[in-house]
Design a protein around this ligand. Structure first.
Ligand SMILES: *Cc1c(COP(=O)(O)O)cnc(C)c1O
Length: 344
């Protein structure tokens, strides 16, 4: 597959903005910096951040066994996803394929970028329908979004289906792995080099417990990363975020414990939900949330709000009639939730 052919013409032709920090890169050394019109009085944040986030990427290289040139960082995965749209999708001409019920941002970004969103609903088992996807695609189908583990259904897609799609979909395949650290399935990152059209996104917002700093990660071929680099805002990852991320890497054992605890808590939550009379079905989860079918989702949602507990009502999504999505909280929160559900 020729990735070059998938890139929008204006993006292919464009020259990136060259910031002061791009032109002179060794800014760690003892130099006098009078190049970026910064305020020279040191306060910890008076300088522009590293536009290439070298120190953060160095840690990711060690941790994920990829090359630095295969990584792009974004202001949350949401920025990464938007950059992917802008690189590949010509407004009013190209289309993307999404598989509802799934993460809402793909369709928001499609609207924002004036791109048609072709929705191919998942099967009843919440798996991609490979046949329908390939039949729905045409020469303007630039991106297929696979969210695995999928939000809000909680399942990971079968390896076989994903592999067929990677081999046959005529455009970019984005695998959104926001919940991969909770999953029993392996990340597709190990196989990045096999598929030139594969983009994997991950995030610091979920298992890494850093939703507040906004840090998303994109892994892809050098060629794709080079294009995304060209169009990203020069200083998209601020200095505080980079520092927080670096600190997080020094405590990766905490992360493993955190994930273990959340998975233990998920089991407790599911156990509690099983005892609730109006809970009709609990879908298996490969993530840190559980999708549940109840008798009347909107009624139960409102009753929980009255008890001071906010969950997500997914009843309007395809295949999700009368479903509620529960995020796994702390042990105390699960206890209070189950108590409230019993009272209801
Ligand atoms: C939460 C979530 C994200 C994270 O987005 P950020 O912008 O990195 O916070 C990405 N994809 C899915 C499917 C999610 O549920």
């Amino acid at each position: 597959m020729k990735i070059e052919k998938l890139i929008r013409e204006n993006i292919r032709a464009m020259k990136p903005y060259s910031s002061a920090r791009d032109e002179f890169k060794d800014f760690d050394t003892e130099m006098i910096f009078l190049d970026a019109n910064e305020n020279p009085h040191e306060n910890g944040v008076n300088r522009y951040p590293d536009p290439q986030q070298k120190t953060v990427k160095t840690e990711l290289v060690k941790l994920k066994k990829v090359k630095e040139s295969q990584i792009l960082l974004g202001n949350g995965s949401d920025e990464v996803l938007d950059l992917i749209f802008r690189a590949f999708c010509e407004p009013k001409e190209d289309n993307i394929i999404t598989l509802p019920p799934t993460y809402g941002m793909y369709s928001v970004l499609a609207n924002l970028n004036n791109i048609e969103n072709r929705e191919i609903v998942l099967t009843k088992n919440f798996e991609p329908s490979v046949k329908n996807i390939l039949e729905g695609a045409d020469k303007n189908s630039k991106i297929l979004f696979l969210c695995s583990p999928n939000n809000p259904t909680g399942n990971s897609f079968s390896k076989e289906s994903v592999e067929v799609l990677l081999n046959t979909f005529p455009g970019i395949v984005v695998i959104d792995e926001a919940y991969i650290d909770f999953s029993e399935h392996k990340s597709w990152l190990d196989r990045l080099n096999e598929f030139p059209n594969l983009i994997i996104t991950q995030t610091f917002s979920k298992a890494y417990a850093m939703a507040g700093v906004r840090l998303g990660i994109c892994y892809a071929s050098e060629e794709i990363i080079a294009v995304l680099n060209k169009i990203k805002p020069p200083y998209n990852i601020n200095d505080l975020t980079q520092k927080c991320a670096l600190k997080r890497f020094t405590k990766l054992d905490d992360l493993k414990d955190d994930v273990k605890n959340i998975l233990k808590e998920r089991a407790r939550l599911i156990q509690g939900l099983k005892e609730i009379s109006f809970v009709e079905k609990i879908y298996p989860s490969d993530a840190n949330f559980v999708l549940v079918v109840v008798d009347n989702a909107t009624k139960r949602y409102n009753q929980l709000i009255e008890k001071g507990i906010v969950i997500r009502n997914r009843t309007t999504q395809p295949l999700c009639e009368n479903t509620l999505r529960f995020t796994v909280g702390t042990k105390k929160e699960t206890k209070l939730l189950i108590k409230a559900l019993n009272e209801i």
